[in-house]
Every structure is written in structure tokens, then in C-alpha cells.
Design a protein around this ligand. Structure first.
Ligand code: SF4
Length: 502
């Protein structure tokens, strides 16, 4: 592996790497062990050979929080940083651009000490190489994107699957060690590239077997078969009945809220009964679960309420002539309020579409008003409980236990990580809370992501930490010189040095 053209101009030399003949440098920051010619970059473009020295091609990202008197955050334009000294008490060294150490027994690239609120702390900063990683994608829409367990493909390669739908959201699981390592080389490469783009906030078009094409982008609305989604449903059909029942009384005689999972029928539903509504005698298709709540009224699809229904009247199985009456006012509506039909029963008890009265329209509009915007959320999930821990401590299980006890705070690019219970250090983080360009890859294939462990210095030493490699934050700032990027601390991320629970 001889590498590609060098693209960036950063020159921070690395502690590792070996000089070979003809000015070639061997990078040993990952198992690929690139031989990099002068002026070229390695296969991942993260390291380059600059005048015979191995350099990291991206700056280390520092995050700085700016406080006004009274502790309120104030705006800080990171891109316009004027070069003034950073206050160590307000600076956090992230793993973004920090570099990796391979094999992992070497101490992490930065083991930074600082005093925060009278406590000596240490932050161990590195870029982890994650072979065990993936993303969980939450797509706020009730459109049926594809059957549960269906394979998700990118460029024809299997990269994940549809998993259990959540309330108002479709869920995808993409990546994971099986796609990265267990299939063909192309499958691993495409899966890795898909993860990298999703984690970097880029749009990715995925195709779901037996379903649809979806463009997924963290923090943006999903695009399903070329159509951007706008609304996340207000609730299931039954919940919609429960929320709006009172507002319909007196304006309609029956409401059917069409939903792929639980279709609601107002007069039969407990909400209608409590409001003493007269039974309307309109029976919908599907399997009755409890009064006014019906399952499987249609097949899943891109139509009304996540069903394949485009003609809402097709949902009506029968109208009981003993109960219904001519002139009965019927509203059919979807769970987002995007689709609605108002009808009046004629003399033969047939529903006849009619202009929707203002009062009914107002409630339909209110359903829409109560829908949140349809959004894709991408959560990076990875196992940090492997050899990466050796860069933190010589006794890794102590780190695992300390993380589990909440004594050691884990962040990814400063963003808070959810730590799964049980064994290992299984982390999950919202990629939109991380700095720009946080992620990289190596062609093993695996994803490279920043990770930081912050804990009291005394605890770090008790855990068997690399005490001899601790460097003060002031010294780190001095040594980085201009080879750094300063970003504004996100006020919605908890400050890693704050006492636990603060
Ligand atoms: S792919 Fe691995 S060995 Fe090659 S430059 Fe990147 S980190 Fe170094």
C-alpha cells in the first residue's frame, strides 16, 4: 500500500512510524502498515510522509467554552479564532485528529492533565479504530419503508437491515462487524463507506428489499422514493382519537384515523364512549383489538397513515343500517393530518364526499400542527471495550468497571456517550453533537472515531494508567502550536469536567 496524493498541509509529526529506504515512511497507526512515499498520504489519507517524517494530515480539534459572568455561554466564532491563548480551564482536547496508536499497548496520543474546580483530572484522548461498529438510524415517519428484517443495500451490497419500528419512527441498523468483515471485500468496503458518510452528516441513498429507496442524512428529513417527508405522526390512530376526541364532538358523528398499526374509530373507542357519542355503526376492515382499535386494516405502504390505502373509503367493511343514519357526518383522517376526507351518508347510507366544515378543518390542521418535523437521527454505536483500553491503562478491566460505575466519563469528540449496561464499553452517540469531520476510516475496513476518557488523576493512577505519559494541558497547547483547530463548545453537551450528575 503506497498511498494517495497528500491533500492537507498539517505537519504535526508523530511519535511512531519508521523511516525506510528512499525516504519511504512506514505508518504503523493501523494494521494496514502503509509504506508512504515522500509527499504522499497513506491509504486512509489521515497520515502522510512530509519530508521523511510521518505526519497527521488533520489538526487536533480543541473545544473551547466561552463564559460570560454568571456562567452563561456566549457565542464564539471558532473559524475566526484570533490566536489568543486558550484558557486551559475552558479547553477540552478531543480525539478528533489526535491520531491512533497501534498496536494498542502504546499509551494514547494525548494523556492530558488539568485542574478543574480544584480537582486534578486526566483526559485520555485517542482516535479509536472500530471494527465493531455501526449506526442506528431513526427515521421519523409512518411511511412503510420496508418489512422488518429486510436487507438494506447500497450500491447493491448488503449493509444493514430494517429493525423494530418505534413510536412514529422507522428504525434501521446499518454496518456492524458482520457486514464489515463477514462478507465479500466489496461488502465490507461499501458498508464502511456508508457508515463514514452517515456519521459525517452526508446524504446516503439506501434501498430496502421489498420496500423503497430512502435518502438518509443525519439531521435532515428523509426522502422516500424521491419525496421529502415533512411530518412525524402525532401518534398512532388510537392515540390521535384520544388526543382530539373532545374537539370533534358536535362537529362530526364519526372519525376514523387511518394507521398501519392501530386504526382508531371514535364512537367505538373509549374516548368516544366517555364523551357519550352515539354509535355510528361503521365497521372498518382488519382485526379488532379492543373497542375502537383495529389492527391490519390494510397492507403497509406509502399511502394514508403508513398503509397502502389511497382511497380511504376502501377501509370501510360495512355500514350497519340498524345503527347508522342518513346525514351522518364522517371524517377519515391520517395520523399526520396530511390526508383527510369529509363525507356525509346519503339516503342509501353511502358516504358521499362533501366540503369539510371549518370547525372540522381546524382539528385536522391541529393534528398537523402537533406533528414534529420528520427527521433522520444517526447514532454511532461502537465497542470500545477491546484493545483500545490498553492505550488508557495497563489493567483494562479496571477501566471497564470504572466506566460502568460512572466514575470515568466517556465522550466522543466531546459529545456525551450513552454507555450500554452489562459487559464491555459499548457506546452510542448522536453524530450531530460531535465536531465536523470527526470520523475517518482505515481500509481494514474499520471506522475511526474520536474517544476521550475523563477521570480524576488519582483514580487514573489507581486504574493502572500510563502515569509517565501524562502531560499538562498547557504543555499540550504549547506543543500543538498552530496545528490545531478550535471549535466552540456546544452548550447542549455536558462539560466533561463537571461533577458527575451535574
Ligand atoms: S491506512 Fe493505516 S497504516 Fe495506512 S496511513 Fe492510514 S493509519 Fe497509517
Amino acid at each position: 500500500m503506497t498511498g494517495t496524493a497528500e491533500t492537507e498541509a498539517h505537519t504535526r509529526p508523530q511519535k511512531f512510524g519508521a523511516v525506510e529506504e528512499d525516504g519511504v515512511v512506514r505508518c504503523d497507526a493501523c494494521p494496514v502498515l502503509c509504506r508512504i512515499r515522500p509527499g504522499r498520504a497513506g491509504a486512509c489519507a489521515r497520515y502522510a510522509n512530509r519530508d521523511g517524517a510521518l505526519v497527521r494530515t488533520d489538526p487536533v480539534v480543541l473545544m473551547h467554552r466561552t463564559l460570560e459572568e454568571g456562567g452563561r455561554f456566549v457565542e464564539f466564532a471558532g473559524g475566526d479564532w484570533d490566536g489568543q491563548m486558550l484558557d486551559p480551564a475552558r479547553t477540552f482536547v478531543t480525539g478528533v485528529g489526535a491520531g491512533t496508536t497501534y498496536p494498542d499497548y502504546k499509551p494514547a496520543p494525548f494523556i492530558v492533565s488539568a485542574e478543574h474546580e480544584g480537582v486534578d483530572t486526566v483526559t485520555v484522548v485517542t482516535e479509536g479504530i472500530f471494527s465493531y461498529c455501526g449506526v442506528k438510524v431513526k427515521i421519523d415517519t409512518d411511511r412503510h419503508l420496508g418489512p422488518e428484517t429486510a436487507t438494506i443495500r447500497v450500491e447493491g451490497e448488503a449493509v444493514g437491515h430494517v429493525t423494530t419500528a418505534e413510536y412514529g419512527s422507522q428504525m434501521l441498523s446499518i454496518g456492524g462487524v458482520r457486514h464489515l468483515t463477514g462478507g465479500s471485500k466489496k461488502e465490507g468496503t461499501v458498508a464502511c463507506d456508508t457508515l463514514l458518510r452517515l456519521c459525517s452528516g452526508e446524504p446516503v441513498a439506501v434501498t430496502i428489499e421489498g420496500g423503497h429507496e430512502v435518502v438518509v442524512q443525519a439531521g435532515a428529513a428523509p426522502i422516500v422514493d424521491g419525496r421529502p417527508e415533512e411530518r412525524m405522526r402525532v401518534g398512532c390512530g388510537s392515540a390521535t382519537i384520544g388526543i382530539f376526541a373532545k374537539q370533534w364532538v358536535g362537529h362530526v358523528d364519526e372519525v376514523i384515523v387511518v394507521d398501519d398499526h392501530i386504526t382508531g374509530v371514535l364512537t367505538e373507542h373509549q374516548a368516544g364512549r366517555c364523551l357519550h357519542m352515539r354509535p355510528a355503526g361503521i365497521r372498518v376492515r382488519g382485526r379488532k383489538s379492543t373497542p375502537g382499535r383495529y389492527f391490519q386494516v390494510a397492507a403497509p405502504g406509502l399511502g394514508w397513515g403508513g398503509t397502502d390505502i389511497t382511497d380511504p373509503l376502501s377501509i370501510i367493511q360495512k355500514i350497519d343500517p340498524e345503527v347508522a343514519w342518513p346525514g351522518l357526518r364522517l371524517l377519515l383522517v391520517s395520523t399526520t393530518g396530511e390526508d383527510a376526507l369529509y363525507c356525509v351518508l346519503d339516503e342509501a347510507l353511502r358516504p358521499v364526499p362533501a366540503p369539510m366544515p371549518e370547525a372540522v378543518r381546524a382539528v385536522v390542521d391541529r393534528i398537523g400542527e402537533n406533528c414534529e418535523p420528520s427527521l433522520c437521527s444517526v447514532l454511532f454505536m461502537a465497542g470500545a471495550g477491546g484493545s483500545l483500553r490498553a492505550g488508557v491503562t495497563e489493567n483494562p478491566v479496571l477501566l471497564t468497571r470504572s466506566v460502568a460505575r460512572g466514575e470515568t466519563r466517556v465522550t466522543l469528540g466531546g459529545a456525551p456517550a450513552y454507555i450500554w449496561p452489562g459487559g464491555g464499553i459499548t457506546v452510542m452517540v448522536d453524530v450531530t453533537r460531535m465536531p465536523k469531520s470527526s470520523f475517518g476510516y482505515v481500509p481494514t475496513p474499520a471506522i475511526v472515531a474520536p474517544i476521550e476518557f475523563t477521570l480524576p488523576r488519582a483514580l487514573y493512577l489507581r486504574l493502572g494508567g500510563h502515569g509517565a505519559d501524562i502531560v499538562s494541558l498547557a504543555e499540550v497547547l504549547r506543543s500543538l502550536g498552530a496545528e490545531r483547530r478550535v471549535d466552540e463548545w456546544r452548550p447542549d453537551n455536558p462539560w466533561p469536567f463537571a461533577p458527575a450528575g451535574a
